[in-house]
Design a protein around this ligand. Sequence first.
Ligand code: TXA
Ligand code: MG
Length: 346
Amino acid sequence: MYYNWKENTNTEELKVVCNLIKNGEIVIFPTETVYGIGANAFDEKAVGKIFMAKGRPSNNPLIVHIADKQKIYEIAKDITEVEQKLIDHFMPGPFTLILKKTDKIPNIVSAGLDTVGIRMPDNVIARGIITFSGVPIAAPSANVSGKPSGTMVEDIRRELEGKVSAIVDGGESQIGLESTVVKVIDEIPCILRPGAITPEQIEEVIGIVDFGNGIFAPVEEDEKVESPGVKYKHYAPNKPAQLVYSEDEKDLIFGINRMIKELKGDVVVLGFDEHKEQIVVSEHRFICLGSKDNLKEIAQNIYSALRKSDELLGELVIIEGVKRDGLGIAIMNRLLRSCGYNYWEF
Ligand code: TXA
Ligand code: MG
């Protein structure tokens, strides 16, 4: 069933959706980052349906969503001072903390690890569904495994309709990129996946911050990673993609135009509004990512732009990158991964 709650939550329908969760069904719902496919985190069978619907490898763990901080102490244990500080500062919000799990979390959720990722979304609909279902909700992003995360219901329906019991439409995701995933290792918060909560913000609170591997470079098959998700092909469009960046705008445009010429215009460009006139490609092959200095707008548009590129013909997708600073770190992480780390700096 499709439920339109863009304007406001329908309380009768909210009951129906929460009953589906209680009865072991899976439901697509909005959060402030991206949409999730959720199930009762305590119900192994229900969680199994999520893996089926997404075609997700069973060794990639799910994040558990809560609406009340007290729930953390039911599903996680041995919380340290640094971890508690992170909870106090960044929850609710686009932030996931990896904690030692209790036996209440089934192994299917944690993919056999002894930890669990916990997030408290800052979105009225998500919070309502979690609260009235009365259980924590395990939810990965709403997309077929390997595809960009769903940020708009139109995209999600095309990919997942028929595979879930309900789809709740809360409009376009506000942030558009998945949460910042952090694990505290030896008292140092380590960013396993960058997001809207930036390294600077974490450093401000804890005094120190570190990065896991796989954020700007691919990880080897046998390399040890803290987050299984970084091993998988991700956010990928269905044709080859090349990420380009330069500190110098003129060099960047020149480089892009040279590539376009070499490929006789048979490309798709994901670029900034300001460059539309300067990049020599036919208008219908240019997809706007937003204004070059508005990182929030770019973050919000990335996944829908990547999906749009799939609908156009072309030998290559050329994508304009941003400076790796603040939110730009998360943007570049997603773009690098969607390009399979094909990156040129002019
Ligand atoms: O914003 C978000 O985080 C969205 C919304 C729906 O909340 N969810 C999301 O889930 O992006 P998913 O499953 O697409 O990405 C979760 C990432 C994966 O890379 C996974 O490997 C990692 O978090 N992860 C989950 N549990 C973990 C754990 N116990 N240890 C290490 N990494 C974990
Ligand atoms: Mg995902």
